[in-house]
Design a protein around this ligand. Structure first.
Ligand code: HDD
Length: 742
């Protein structure tokens, strides 16, 4: 290009860019931080209160929220329609994983509380669809970020669809639905630079958390190990909000819904979660599919906490406040049935993506409460589906009820059904499609008495924010507290505005002094010398994950890596694989290359490695075994990646097993700190130390398949190994500082 042409091009570029920049800044720029600016509606009316939905209340107790609230409606409408549909390429389909399954009650014992068929008829098998999700990240974000997990269940009952749109954490950040747009804006990427993705570790989130102290309790949960689950199959599910049920006598109950996983509640470690974000962003959905495809169907017990109407005021917290749990000592969970997932989806988009949930979807015998978060949600979900899927979203195959749908709702974009007949209104001269009386199954609206002033206010008990944050923190095991402190320290370290991290460390002193001091020291906050509020010291059960270990030890669905190089002991590996499969866990051979690896015995031949050390890291597995074989361990000992593999698994507190020369590899090449190993000459005695299980000599039982007995001591190598693995991790390594040495 000539210099004249170049100059002309530059001038043109500069001119057009400048014009565009000027156009944007003059005509379209609004400075929300300008002095004197105040909050208005879209039509310019100043807003006096953006924290409270207009509701009926006497200032002590909550009555229903009013649809009349034009300010809340506008705010939620604007929020619900914020996203435009994602691009057909370069924007991966929405995040989340889902599966089909069924729900069944054990007997009719819930009929004391509800007349809903789905809860009371043991002869029924109700189909369900469950969608798991993360909250903050957009479509392409990774599965293992620190976040809340959505746990949304659609029950296709004979009386219509019932949706529990829950989370894996029993409380929520905010009390009033009108704050939801603020919460989500604060956690999403910051507006000026679109950073960070799928992270709460930034100024705006922690600023909001500080400004809105009702977030304190849930912050403790998300910063605990609950924020980084090992698997969707190992999370609890909670309806979170307070719902109601009505029994056949017309008596009403306040209820909270619970799902408790059969496999226990387990988490990743933070370092592991961070690595998996890059190594396998789809870790959780693959895990769900792998389990179901292998016939290991995830199962949850279903229960309810129940408070009869009339007893709702006897608690120090308001039972309609979604930032509070109902401690199980006060209101035990009664279990009524189970939910099982047994089929993966056939096609992601029409099922996982197009499924649409609504908290307002209930069936006769189940209803709402005046929980102010639920009242707003009941409006929001239906509204957002209109933007996402169009007005006829309930006709999409995945959303259609299994019972007949017949009404006079008509037309609209994407109408699927052709209605025959001459009338489309009620009442009509033909008596076509009449309403169904309650006695015959029509929905029963409980005649709730409502009183109070119409005002923007919350009930008096809603003003207490810290008791249950303390209760949760106090109930954690020492290792869980340690993780929580590290997690908040990580997050606040990513906040670069001192105002944010200094205020937040002060806030933590409202919960626990030790917590506040340790975090302040880590992140450069002001270390408080005394608690801002006395810790009441109370604890409650089932808040710590250690209270939720499976009733019977199990290694079902655990992924076990067996490291092999040429010259491994064939019989040992085959015996391990058979026993592991017998216990419904999954063995994988990991070698220096994918493909055939020769054993030490040419007559027995070789085995194919499933993956190579680089392709599949230790983070993808729950445990690792090093088989015997002299040549094989010499090769592993020269391979830095193999050594790193085992050291990393040790650092993540995973069970490690070795036999014969494999023990030498752990002791000398990997050099695991602080561990006792099986000695030379100890024969087939088994040594278990810090979750590392070793034996000099592996003795084969009469059959190749050694049944796993879950016993320590003299139970045999595999039984000791399985017992360690059934505990999920060996936390003593971290508590004793060994993990910091690898
Ligand atoms: Fe929500 C989606 C759970 C409060 C508005 N929410 C959504 C999903 C889950 C939850 C699991 C994903 C459903 C799916 O898999 O399709 N949300 C919760 C819980 C809350 C909560 C447990 C507190 C108890 N949500 C909440 C409030 C509002 C919303 C207060 C608005 C006022 N939520 C929405 C939404 C979404 C949604 C914007 C986005 C996509 C959708 O609904 O279908 O309407």
């Amino acid at each position: 290009m000539s210099s004249i042409a170049q100059t002309a091009k530059n001038a043109f570029t500069t001119m057009t860019q400048t014009e565009k920049v000027a156009q944007l800044s003059n005509n379209f720029t609004v400075n929300t931080e300008a002095s004197g600016a105040h909050l208005t509606t879209d039509h310019g009316t100043a807003v006096a209160d953006t924290d409270n939905w207009l509701r009926v209340t006497d200032g002590t107790k909550h009555g229903p929220s009013l649809l009349e609230d034009q300010i809340a409606r506008e705010k939620i409408h604007r929020f619900d329609h914020e996203r435009i549909p994602e691009r057909v390429v370069h924007a991966r389909q929405a995040l989340g994983a889902a599966a089909h399954g069924y729900f069944k009650v054990y007997d009719n014992s819930a009929s004391k509380y509800s007349y809903a068929g789905v809860l009371t008829d043991p002869s029924r098998t109700t189909p369900v669809f469950l969608r798991f999700s993360t909250v903050a990240g957009s479509a392409g974000s990774a599965d293992t970020v620190r976040d809340v997990r959505g746990f949304a269940v659609k029950f296709y009952t004979q009386e219509g669809n019932w949706d529990i749109v829950g989370n894996d954490i029993p409380v929520f950040f905010i009390q009033d639905a009108i704050k939801f747009p603020d919460l989500i804006h604060a956690v999403k990427p910051e507006p000026h630079n679109g950073v960070p993705q799928a992270q709460s570790a930034h100024n705006n989130f922690w600023d909001f958390a500080f400004q809105q102290p009702e977030t304190s309790h849930m912050l403790m949960w998300t910063m605990s190990d609950r924020g980084i689950p090992r698997s969707y199959r190992m999370v609890q599910g909670f309806g979170v909000n307070t719902f109601t049920t009505v029994n056949a006598e017309g008596k009403r109950f306040f209820v909270k819904f619970h799902f408790v996983p059969e496999l226990g509640v387990h988490s990743l470690m933070w370092d592991e979660a961070l690595k998996i974000c890059g190594q396998d962003p789809d870790f959780h959905r693959k895990d769900l599919n792998e389990a179901i495809d292998n016939g290991a169907y995830p199962k949850w017990k279903f229960g309810m906490q129940i408070i009869p109407e009339g007893e709702e005021d006897k608690f120090e917290f308001d039972i309609l406040d979604a930032t509070k749990v109902w401690p199980e000592e006060l209101v035990p969970v009664e279990f009524f049935g189970e939910l099982v997932l047994n089929r993966t989806v056939d096609e992601y988009f029409p099922e996982t993506e197009q499924v649409a949930f609504c908290t307002s979807h209930v069936v006769p015998g189940i209803g709402f409460s005046d929980d102010p978060l639920l009242q707003g949600r009941n409006f929001s979900y239906f509204d957002t589906q209109i933007t996402r899927l169009g007005i006829n979203w309930q006709e999409l195959p995945i959303n259609r009820p299994v019972c007949p749908v017949m009404n006079f709702n008509r037309d609209g974009q994407g109408q699927h059904r052709i209605h025959k007949g001459t009338v489309n209104y009620w009442p009509n001269r033909l008596q076509a499609t009449p309403p169904k009386p309650v006695a015959q199954g029509g929905y029963y609206d409980y005649p709730q008495k409502v009183g109070g002033l119409k005002q923007r206010a919350r009930g008096a008990k809603f003003n207490e924010y810290f008791n249950q944050a303390q209760l949760f923190y106090n109930s954690l095991a020492p290792i869980e507290k340690m993780h929580l402190i590290k997690a908040i320290s990580f997050e606040l370290d990513h906040c670069d505005d001192p105002q944010v991290y200094i205020s937040m460390t002060k806030r933590l002193a409202e919960i626990d002094l030790d917590l506040a001091q340790q975090v302040a020291e880590n992140v450069g906050g002001e270390k408080p010398s005394q608690a801002a509020r006395q810790n009441h010291g109370k604890k409650s059960k089932n808040l710590s994950q250690f209270d939720l270990m499976p009733e019977n030890p199990t290694i079902e669905t655990r992924r076990i890596a067996i490291l092999v190089a040429d010259g491994f002991d064939f019989s040992f590996v085959e015996a391990m694989r058979a026993s592991i499969l017998g216990a419904k866990a999954l063995p994988f051979l990991i070698g220096p290359r994918r493909g055939s690896i020769a054993s030490s015995d040419s007559k027995l031949g070789s085995l194919p490695a499933d993956h190579h050390f680089e392709g599949m890291r230790s983070t993808m597995f729950d445990a690792v075994i090093i088989p015997p074989g002299e040549k094989h361990v010499n090769t592993l000992a020269k391979n830095g990646r193999a050594i790193h593999w085992v050291r990393e698994a040790f650092g993540h507190c995973k069970t490690i097993g070795a036999a014969g020369e494999g023990v030498w590899f752990l002791r000398t090449a990997v050099n695991l700190p602080g561990v006792d190993f099986a000695n030379n000459g100890s024969g087939d005695a088994v040594t278990s130390s810090y979750g590392v299980v070793t034996t000099e000599k592996y003795s084969f039982t009469s059959s190749a398949l050694e049944p796993i007995k879950f016993a320590t001591g003299n139970g045999g190598f595999l039984s000791n190994f399985a017992t360690e693995l059934s505990k999920h991790r060996c936390w003593a390594r971290e508590l004793d500082g060994l993990t910091e040495q690898v």
